[in-house]
Structures are given as structure tokens and as C-alpha cells.
Design a protein. Structure first.
Length: 148
């Protein structure tokens, strides 16, 4: 089993970012043995849940994600995508020659977190109603559609 995983990782390393020629390696758990810390490290960064939500609705190019999340800087978007990729939740696929066209999509493992993302979205709806702090949503950023 481990041999198969290692082959897949080595194959994927050929398409990962130039700044990490050996691939985006998984990040260490800040509190070893704590599942909550592991979960928050994987999905708790700026924009990660929103990115997972958007990718649940279909694969996207970097520019497409950038347009949907207008306040996200390209640097932060790239960082969050790299971390999601390192944790095996998102796959970066090169679709063309240099300059490489790249799409991002959920991995099968990434799809396992969608019930959590949906739960957070539903809680967020209730929280917005409770706090009445919801400004008119930017149509591109709307996260109101149910996943699935």
C-alpha cells in the first residue's frame, strides 16, 4: 500500500509549484496526537473552508478562484491552495504547456471534509441571522448554495 502512495506522490511532484521542487510536504500537527489541532491545521486557515466550498462545486483555474474571492490576494490564495494540496485535500493539475495552465480540484480525500464545510455554512447562515451583520453579498462570493 505504501509503495503505491509513494509512487503517486512522486508522480504528483512533477506538477507541483516551482518553489517546492520536492512537492508540498504535509505540515506537522502543532499538537501531536490532538485530532482537533490536526483538523484545524488542515482546514482552519484564511479562506480554506471557502476554497473547499467553491471547489465542491467544480474544478477551477487560479484566476477563477481569484475572481470569486476578490479580497483574497494572489499571495494568500496561492499559500492556502499549497497548504490544501500538501494536506491532500486539493489537487493541482497542469493542463497545458508552458506557461502551464493549471486547474485545482478536490481530491477524493478532500471530498470527505465536505460535510464539515456544509455544517459550517449552515451554522454561518444562522449566525448571520442572529447577528444581523450580513451586508449585501457580493454575487461572486456567495456561499449560500447547499453542497451536493
Amino acid at each position: 500500500m505504501y509503495g503505491t502512495v509513494m509512487v503517486r506522490l512522486s508522480e504528483r511532484r512533477t506538477v507541483m509549484n516551482k518553489k517546492a521542487p520536492l512537492g508540498n510536504l504535509p505540515r506537522p500537527n502543532p499538537l501531536p496526537g490532538c485530532p482537533m489541532a490536526a483538523a484545524f491545521a488542515a482546514i482552519g486557515g484564511k479562506w480554506k473552508l471557502t476554497l473547499l466550498y467553491w471547489l465542491a462545486h467544480g474544478e477551477s483555474h487560479f484566476a477563477g478562484l481569484r475572481r470569486r474571492g476578490a479580497p483574497i490576494t494572489p499571495k494568500v490564495l496561492a499559500e492556502q491552495l499549497r497548504e490544501l494540496e500538501a494536506d491532500g485535500l486539493v489537487e493541482r493539475v497542469v493542463t497545458g504547456p508552458v506557461p502551464a495552465r493549471v486547474i485545482y480540484r478536490l481530491t477524493p480525500y478532500g471530498a470527505t471534509v465536505l460535510p464539515v464545510v456544509e455544517g459550517v455554512r449552515v451554522w454561518g447562515e444562522a449566525h448571520l441571522e442572529r447577528t444581523r451583520g450580513d451586508a449585501a453579498p457580493n454575487a461572486a462570493m456567495t456561499c449560500a448554495d447547499v453542497i451536493g
